[in-house]
Design a protein around this ligand. Structure first.
Ligand code: C2E
Ligand code: CA
Ligand code: CA
Length: 526
């Protein structure tokens, strides 16, 4: 119970640690992805705004150039109408005017020619463009306009319209021409001047925001600065992360519940198994071992079978591990021995060369207790010691000193000893040499590999050679095809066990099998 509690706590902590790890890595992943997306967004915004401004200015100059080349009388009705049409078609154009030398003679749009008479131009470019930056002198109707003259014509542009950014949420943007702030969204936004920034992305850790500067300059040097707060990550993913955390915790709880149910199940399985043993209800089946050349039955392996009250048969592969944890394995070995003696005692008395193999577990090799109990049982049943052959797995030989002397004692009493599942552990020839053995059982996995290209198909040859060099009999386990038999006979393997000969049988079926496989031999002999 104590052990179970510890295991449960371990599993719970593991499950929670897993959830926390998963959650933090997901959050980190989302955070970096979100940052990348925000960087992309702010860059796209700055570029879009800069390119739009540039396009407006280039188009405005092309428009002025077209008017300069227009072959019509200046300030005529036709001239004014043409200018008017262009002005009303563009929301950012407030006026278009005609100049002769330093005088604006006529104009159209929201401002009449006379209304706009700024003094000196701010800038005259080599391209012929003359610029007046927005200032009180260019203010009409509360808006300081940006004037651009090219040749004989000029255009008054509402700079606010150059920064038509659409919905901005909590982003900021500003436009500079010749390092003069023309417009911003929102109009009063606090923005760093472009000459304090390098081109491209700046991560402003102090204010927790991304700043992007984008510069162009076909006609005027234009700079756009766009700003995106980093903090949008939480508002964006908050609900998703909360849901993920809840789901994670729910999963952890379900996992812990399943584990505790499972361990309870194992526990109740152990209780039930203990009951079964107490009531002598564990059954045994016998799988014949035959001589590969004569087909004669030389013995059988006793295999434990647990048939529950509801008729369900539980495989030893499941209940042996349960029994190991519950410390019931020595009881199982003795229970199998006991049923074997009562099922086959008479047969064993009659045929002294018949061997029944008993599977020993590592626990049986820990002390002499098992050996003594076994001797008692055999004596009571009046069955010779040699009738019971002991199968020991490589795994059970770990505690080598004790098992070596126990094995020696078993053999001195008359038991033969087989090494089981050979090849699945770590045993080497030299290690095996140090034990006194009679038989080597070649594991089914090697027999399966016969006639295939599997790597293990080479190993079986070495295993057989090893057995020969130690002077051991060989039994191939899990033989299922006649081809395997031919191969095994060719390689001088003595005995076989497997579905090809017989599945594990009940005691009475085994009696039949045994008699027929002895009588057949007798008939052959005659
Ligand atoms: P194992 O000692 O290697 O026993 C051989 C297993 O292979 C048996 O399974 C047997 O039914 C199966 N088998 C035999 N021939 C063939 C074949 O041709 N094809 C296939 N696919 N399988 C074949 P089983 O009875 O389910 O036993 C499983 C394992 O449980 C045994 O492996 C043994 O390690 C353990 N076991 C069984 N009875 C006892 C027992 O009384 N005491 C202990 N400690 N362990 C036992
Ligand atoms: Ca075995
Ligand atoms: Ca085996």
């Amino acid at each position: 119970m104590q052990r179970r509690g510890k295991v449960l706590i371990g599993f719970s902590l593991g499950a929670f640690a897993g959830v926390v790890l998963l959650f933090t890595s997901t959050t980190w992943f989302l955070y970096t992805e979100s940052l990348k997306a925000e960087e992309q967004e702010v860059a796209n915004l700055a570029r879009a705004l800069g390119e739009r401004t540039e396009r407006i200015i280039v188009e405005a100059r092309e428009m002025l150039d077209a008017f300069n080349k227009f072959p019509m009388e200046r300030c005529s009705k036709e001239h004014l109408r043409a200018m008017h049409e262009v002005a009303v078609a563009h929301p950012h154009i407030r006026a278009i005017g005609y100049w002769r030398a330093a005088e604006r003679l006529c104009g159209v749009g929201f401002i009449q020619g006379v209304a706009l008479r700024p003094s000196r131009a701010d800038r005259i470019y080599e391209s012929g463009v003359i610029a007046w930056w927005p200032k009180p002198e260019t203010e009409i109707g509360g808006v300081q306009l940006f004037l651009m003259r090219y040749g004989e014509h000029d255009v008054a542009i509402d700079p606010r319209m150059l920064l038509e950014a659409g919905p901005m949420q909590d982003r900021l943007a500003g436009l500079w021409v010749e390092n003069l702030r023309m417009a911003a969204t929102p109009w009063n936004a606090e923005l760093p001047s472009p000459d304090t920034l390098s081109n491209g992305l700046t991560v402003d850790h102090e204010n927790y925001r991304l700043v992007f500067r984008y510069s162009l300059g076909t006609i005027f040097p234009i700079d756009v600065v766009a700003i995106e707060p980093i903090g949008r990550f939480w508002s964006r993913y908050e609900s998703a992360l909360i849901i993920a955390a809840m789901l994670g915790l729910l999963l952890a709880a379900l996992w812990i519940y399943a584990i505790s149910r499972y361990s309870q199940h194992r526990l109740s399985l152990a209780t039930e198994l203990r009951e079964t043993l107490k009531r002598n209800k564990l059954q045994t089946q016998y799988q014949p071992v035959v001589d590969l050349i004569t087909d004669r039955c030389v013995g059988a392996e006793a295999l434990a079978r647990w048939v529950r009250e509801d008729g369900e048969t539980i495989s030893p592969d499941i209940f042996i591990p349960v029994a190991e944890v519950a410390g019931l394995v020595p009881d199982i070995t003795l229970a199998v021995l006991k049923t074997t003696l009562s099922d086959l005692g008479k047969l064993l008395q009659e045929f002294s060369d018949l061997r029944i193999n008993l599977n020993l577990a590592p626990e049986d090799l820990e002390s002499e207790k098992f050996g003594r109990a076994m001797s008692e049982y055999l004596e009571q049943a009046n069955v010779p010691t040699s009738a019971i052959k002991l199968e020991i797995t490589e795994r059970a030989l770990v505690n080598s000193e004790t098992s070596r002397s126990l094995i020696r004692a078993f053999r001195q009493r008359g038991h033969e000893v087989a090494i089981d599942d050979f090849g699945t552990g770590y045993s080497s020839l030299s290690y095996l040499e140090s034990f006194e053995l009679d038989t080597l059982k070649i594991d089914k996995s090697f027999v399966d590999a016969i006639g295939t290209d599997a790597v293990t198909s080479n190993v079986i040859g070495h295993v057989i050679d090893m057995a020969k060099s130690l002077g051991l009999d060989t039994v191939a386990e899990g033989v299922e095809t006649p081809e395997q038999v031919s191969w095994l006979v060719e390689h001088k393997v003595n005995y076989g066990q497997g579905y090809l000969f017989s599945k594990p049988l009940t005691a009475s079926k085994f009696h039949d099998f045994f008699r027929s496989h002895r009588e057949r031999r007798r008939r052959k002999r005659r």
